[in-house]
Design a protein around this ligand. Structure first.
Ligand code: ZN
Length: 182
């Protein structure tokens, strides 16, 4: 018996009526980057269905090098998949990356020097990296992260980037940066 046992029962329910989705272009032509926080599940807050949008999640929903690498690869893959689709021209946009930061983020504690020092000792991560990952105010961090992705040389030119803030208190997502291309 493990903690996942009750979820295996839910999975059994799910599998009973499941229809597989073929590998192809995400139905919403969106890629979501957001926090791993269990209160910020994009499938639930945005009503995503299977096949709608790939999701990249990390602490804070930050645009790290690892995120940029994943977006670059998915952009390449989407280009390959699109190339075989009827009605798709070579210059048509591939998809939009929606970066979502949120209020009450657990990374916010890292803004406190004492907490950060303890976290560095416990995890072995550099204090500077922990400080850089903190989302104390999502309205402050979302802009630089959108910029960072747009400025990345490896970002395919047919991918646009938008920025949003999710409010844990209200359940509302607000667009702070409209989609634009590099
Ligand atoms: Zn968070």
């Amino acid at each position: 018996m493990t903690r996942i046992a009750p979820l295996l029962e839910r999975n059994e329910q799910f599998a009973r009526t499941y229809t597989p989705t073929a590998l192809g272009i995400p139905a919403q032509q969106l890629l979501i980057v957001t926090c791993l926080d269990h209160r910020v599940d994009p499938a639930i807050i945005l009503g995503l269905q299977l096949g709608d949008a790939p999701v990249i999640r990390n602490a804070g929903g930050r645009v790290t090098q690892a995120v940029i690498d994943d977006v670059s690869y998915i952009g390449f893959l989407a280009g390959q998949l699109f190339a075989g689709q009827a009605g798709q021209g070579a210059d048509d946009p591939l998809f939009e990356v929606a970066v979502i930061h949120h209020t009450q983020c657990g990374t916010g504690f890292l803004a406190d020097p004492g907490f950060r020092r303890q976290a560095a000792v416990a995890t072995g991560l550099p204090e500077a990296a922990l400080e850089a990952s903190a989302v104390t105010d999502p309205h402050t961090t979302i802009g630089p992260d959108v910029q960072r992705l747009l400025a990345s040389p490896s970002l395919p030119p047919k991918i646009s980037v938008s920025g949003h803030v999710y409010d844990i208190a209200t359940g509302r997502l607000t667009t702070t940066h409209d989609a634009r291309y590099p």
